[in-house]
Design a protein. Structure first.
Length: 118
Protein backbone atom coordinates (compact mmCIF):
# COMPACT_ATOMS: atom_id res chain seq x y z
CA UNK A 1 0.00 0.00 0.00
CA UNK A 2 1.42 3.36 -1.03
CA UNK A 3 0.15 6.49 0.71
CA UNK A 4 -3.17 4.87 1.55
CA UNK A 5 -3.69 3.43 -1.94
CA UNK A 6 -3.93 -0.33 -2.32
CA UNK A 7 -2.26 -2.31 -5.11
CA UNK A 8 -5.74 -3.10 -6.47
CA UNK A 9 -6.50 0.63 -6.84
CA UNK A 10 -3.21 1.06 -8.72
CA UNK A 11 -4.24 -1.80 -11.05
CA UNK A 12 -1.22 -3.80 -9.91
CA UNK A 13 -1.20 -7.30 -8.43
CA UNK A 14 -0.94 -7.56 -4.68
CA UNK A 15 2.71 -8.34 -3.79
CA UNK A 16 1.61 -11.04 -1.34
CA UNK A 17 -0.48 -12.74 -4.05
CA UNK A 18 2.51 -12.64 -6.40
CA UNK A 19 4.81 -14.17 -3.74
CA UNK A 20 2.29 -16.90 -2.89
CA UNK A 21 1.88 -17.79 -6.57
CA UNK A 22 5.67 -17.97 -7.00
CA UNK A 23 5.89 -20.39 -4.06
CA UNK A 24 3.20 -22.63 -5.55
CA UNK A 25 0.30 -21.51 -3.38
CA UNK A 26 -2.01 -21.03 -6.35
CA UNK A 27 -5.80 -20.87 -6.14
CA UNK A 28 -5.96 -24.52 -7.26
CA UNK A 29 -3.43 -25.57 -4.60
CA UNK A 30 -5.36 -23.72 -1.90
CA UNK A 31 -8.67 -25.21 -3.01
CA UNK A 32 -7.21 -28.72 -2.97
CA UNK A 33 -5.70 -28.18 0.51
CA UNK A 34 -9.00 -26.83 1.90
CA UNK A 35 -10.89 -29.77 0.39
CA UNK A 36 -8.43 -32.24 1.94
CA UNK A 37 -8.73 -30.50 5.31
CA UNK A 38 -12.53 -30.57 5.04
CA UNK A 39 -12.25 -34.38 4.79
CA UNK A 40 -9.55 -34.70 7.50
CA UNK A 41 -9.35 -37.87 9.56
CA UNK A 42 -7.14 -39.03 12.40
CA UNK A 43 -6.34 -42.16 14.33
CA UNK A 44 -6.78 -42.14 18.11
CA UNK A 45 -4.67 -44.29 20.45
CA UNK A 46 -6.42 -46.13 23.30
CA UNK A 47 -4.74 -47.68 26.34
CA UNK A 48 -6.08 -50.89 27.80
CA UNK A 49 -4.28 -53.02 30.39
CA UNK A 50 -0.89 -51.53 29.53
CA UNK A 51 -1.31 -52.06 25.79
CA UNK A 52 -1.86 -49.41 23.15
CA UNK A 53 -4.58 -49.92 20.57
CA UNK A 54 -5.34 -47.65 17.65
CA UNK A 55 -8.75 -46.73 16.34
CA UNK A 56 -9.81 -46.91 12.74
CA UNK A 57 -9.75 -43.61 10.86
CA UNK A 58 -12.14 -41.21 12.56
CA UNK A 59 -13.34 -37.82 11.34
CA UNK A 60 -11.22 -34.99 12.70
CA UNK A 61 -14.20 -32.77 13.44
CA UNK A 62 -12.18 -29.78 14.66
CA UNK A 63 -10.06 -29.63 11.50
CA UNK A 64 -13.10 -30.26 9.29
CA UNK A 65 -15.04 -27.44 10.94
CA UNK A 66 -12.16 -24.97 10.63
CA UNK A 67 -11.67 -25.88 6.97
CA UNK A 68 -15.38 -25.49 6.28
CA UNK A 69 -15.36 -22.04 7.90
CA UNK A 70 -12.38 -21.01 5.77
CA UNK A 71 -14.11 -22.28 2.62
CA UNK A 72 -17.20 -20.24 3.52
CA UNK A 73 -15.03 -17.14 4.04
CA UNK A 74 -13.26 -17.59 0.71
CA UNK A 75 -16.59 -18.00 -1.07
CA UNK A 76 -18.09 -14.92 0.69
CA UNK A 77 -20.88 -16.93 2.27
CA UNK A 78 -20.74 -14.90 5.48
CA UNK A 79 -22.93 -11.80 5.78
CA UNK A 80 -21.43 -8.35 6.10
CA UNK A 81 -19.83 -7.77 9.48
CA UNK A 82 -21.31 -4.29 9.81
CA UNK A 83 -24.91 -3.49 10.57
CA UNK A 84 -26.50 -0.37 9.17
CA UNK A 85 -28.92 1.37 11.53
CA UNK A 86 -31.59 3.56 10.03
CA UNK A 87 -32.36 5.42 13.23
CA UNK A 88 -30.51 6.87 16.14
CA UNK A 89 -30.47 4.68 19.22
CA UNK A 90 -30.08 7.80 21.33
CA UNK A 91 -33.26 9.34 19.89
CA UNK A 92 -35.13 6.05 20.35
CA UNK A 93 -33.94 5.73 23.95
CA UNK A 94 -34.90 9.34 24.72
CA UNK A 95 -38.37 8.75 23.26
CA UNK A 96 -38.89 5.63 25.40
CA UNK A 97 -37.59 7.35 28.54
CA UNK A 98 -39.94 10.31 27.97
CA UNK A 99 -42.86 7.92 27.52
CA UNK A 100 -41.98 5.99 30.66
CA UNK A 101 -41.37 9.18 32.63
CA UNK A 102 -44.67 10.66 31.44
CA UNK A 103 -46.63 7.61 32.60
CA UNK A 104 -45.07 7.42 36.03
CA UNK A 105 -44.32 11.02 37.01
CA UNK A 106 -46.15 11.96 40.18
CA UNK A 107 -47.17 8.40 40.94
CA UNK A 108 -45.66 6.54 43.85
CA UNK A 109 -45.13 2.83 43.72
CA UNK A 110 -48.14 0.95 45.17
CA UNK A 111 -46.29 -0.09 48.33
CA UNK A 112 -45.23 3.47 49.21
CA UNK A 113 -48.69 4.85 48.42
CA UNK A 114 -50.25 2.39 50.93
CA UNK A 115 -47.75 3.43 53.63
CA UNK A 116 -48.60 7.13 53.20
CA UNK A 117 -52.34 6.47 53.54
CA UNK A 118 -51.98 4.38 56.72
Amino acid sequence: MVAGISAKELNQPDPLDVALEQEGATAEFTAKKLKNLADAQQIHPFHRKGEVFYSKNLNDNTTQLKATIEIAKVRNWYPKTTVELHHSLTEETERWMAEIDGRTRGKLPAKLADEEEG
